[in-house]
Design a protein around this ligand. Structure first.
Ligand SMILES: Cc1cc2nc3c(=O)[nH]c(=O)nc-3n(C[C@H](O)[C@H](O)[C@H](O)COP(=O)(O)OP(=O)(O)OC[C@H]3O[C@@H](n4cnc5c(N)ncnc54)[C@H](O)[C@@H]3O)c2cc1C
Length: 449
């Protein structure tokens, strides 16, 4: 499911709020979960291991924050629904507005796609700034508290081990226990829930992994304030290298190069430029030549696998516990989906609570979230399976979808109708099935003169 198929946020929550919820992890998924829970729980506490910064800086628990974070339409629109005037807040904090239809230059199948037909504005900013603006909005909510510098070390279960009743925590002063009516795990890819379930007598969830072995190297360069050009040049099989540049706050471009299947980019300046020169299009290299570096720092981040846990397949799962965000599924970051998937999952949590209440919440939520994850998973792993080196369970229909998408992409070099439709799918606004509508099908399949 995508933005168009998940019902939008209902801004008229019930008058009565009751009980306590605890969310573990104050990154994007945790903050968004806390936002929707604050409509229904009188007290929502977020537990975060890091000491949270007051400035938008990369922190230890979110090291990927040093790398570009595209905010896709599904994430942008959901953030705007959950935090009215979110965009204004982000822009006044320094973020910029980019038009996906005209500022973004997306390379695929041998050329850049035609610019889109109608404006598709989104926000561009560093990940720490996006998170900081969201965190400030969440901190302002009635009944929400963020407890930082505190690590979750286990779940507290009831005597019959059928329900999670709280958490075991450790902070600078030692261990403590915190009880809650609902616990939401948003601790990311390193979530301990599978292990803790096992230690409490539950089967762990089935895990599915697609190996892509990608690594990012990222730096920042100076940018003229009015230059909003954005370049997305993903790897395209058999070429394992990709790169991107996006305008961010502080009149900078964040510039990243990445390589899949072990073709990892270097972290020294000369090697970085050389790697950028080997991309399928020269625009990122040109930016590096034309503009000064902001600093000599180049950060690297390895990401071995797309990974999803099938919590929805479990026959037994404790009441009072839900898992969300990267802790359920994380995707090859080249496709920029993680924050938007977290936003749609938070929206699903809002609807699951609205329609069925708290009883049996987890398994209902996992089933609903699975529909969001399926779409993102299909898009990310579908592209990854273009590489013969990619291993893991291949979703059904991958090869035919890839054949169709690659033909569509070639036609979209000159056909703005197709590029607009493609961008709406890429940004998780519309489901991939929209690309099969007769009007598009005909444009894709008609023979090229
Ligand atoms: C290189 C890279 C680039 C990316 N680019 C994009 C992009 O362009 N667009 C996009 O939308 N997404 C992108 N993502 C994905 C995005 O970063 C995540 O999907 C997003 O942050 C949501 O993750 P999360 O909140 O579930 O977990 P995380 O961001 O991993 O946060 C987990 C939080 O839990 C805390 N924590 C962990 N363990 C404990 C514990 N025991 N107790 C208390 N707290 C704990 C951590 O400190 C952290 O704050 C990228 C990811 C990577 C790796």
């Amino acid at each position: 499911m995508t933005l168009a198929t998940v019902p939008r946020y209902n801004p008229n929550p019930p008058a009565e709020k009751r009980g306590t919820a605890v969310v573990t992890g104050a990154s994007m998924a945790g903050l968004l979960a806390a936002r929707v829970l604050s409509d229904r729980f009188a007290d929502v506490t977020i537990i975060e291991r890091d000491q949270l910064p007051t400035e938008p800086v990369v922190r230890r628990g979110v090291p990927q924050g040093a790398h570009p974070h595209a905010l896709l339409e599904a994430g942008r629109a959901t953030l705007e629904d959950l935090f009215p005037r979110f965009g204004e807040d982000l822009i006044s904090a320094g973020g910029v507005v980019v038009d996906f239809a005209s500022d973004v230059n997306f390379y695929g199948e041998g050329d850049f796609l035609a610019h889109g037909l109608t404006p598709m504005e989104t926000y561009s900013a560093t990940r720490p700034l996006i998170e900081q603006v969201v965190r400030e909005r969440v901190s302002d909510l009635d009944g929400v508290h963020i407890h930082s510098g505190c690590q979750v070390t286990d779940y507290l279960l009831d005597d019959t081990a059928t329900a999670v009743e709280g958490l075991v925590l450790r902070d600078g002063e030692g261990h403590m226990e915190l009880t809650a009516d609902l616990v939401v795990d948003a601790t990311g890819r390193t979530s301990r829930t599978p292990a803790w379930l096992e230690s409490h007598g539950y089967a762990p969830p089935e895990v599915e992994e697609v190996h892509i072995d990608v690594a990012y190297s990222t730096t920042f360069i100076e940018r003229p304030a009015d230059d909003l050009r954005t370049f997305l040049i993903p790897p395209s099989a058999p070429h394992t290298r990709g790169g991107m540049a996006a305008p961010v706050e502080g009149d900078r471009w964040v510039v990243s190069v990445h390589g899949v299947h072990g073709d990892h980019p270097p972290t020294d300046s000369a090697g970085f430029v050389e790697f950028a020169a080997s991309l399928l299009a020269p625009e990122v290299k040109h930016l590096l030549e034309d503009y000064q570096p902001v600093s000599a720092d180049i950060e690297q981040y390895p990401f071995p696998t797309n990974r999803r846990y099938h919590y929805g397949y479990l026959e037994r799962f404790p009441e009072g516990l839900v898992v969300i965000g990267d802790a359920i599924a994380s995707f090859n970051p080249i496709y920029g989906q993680g924050m938007s998937v977290a936003a749609l999952e938070a929206l699903m949590l809002h609807h699951t609570l609205s329609t069925g209440g708290r009883e049996g919440l987890a398994l209902r939520f996992f089933n609903d979230a699975e529909a969001v994850i399926d779409t993102a998973w299909m898009l990310a792993t579908g592209a990854d399976f273009a590489f013969s080196q990619t291993t893991g369970p291949k979703p059904r229909g991958t090869d035919i979808s890839r054949w169709y998408l690659s033909r569509l992409t070639r036609k979209a070099h000159t056909d703005s109708t197709l590029s607009s439709a493609f961008f709406r799918v890429l940004t998780m606004e519309q489901p991939p099935s929209t690309l099969l509508r007769p009007g598009y099908l005909w444009r894709v399949l008609k023979p090229t003169r």
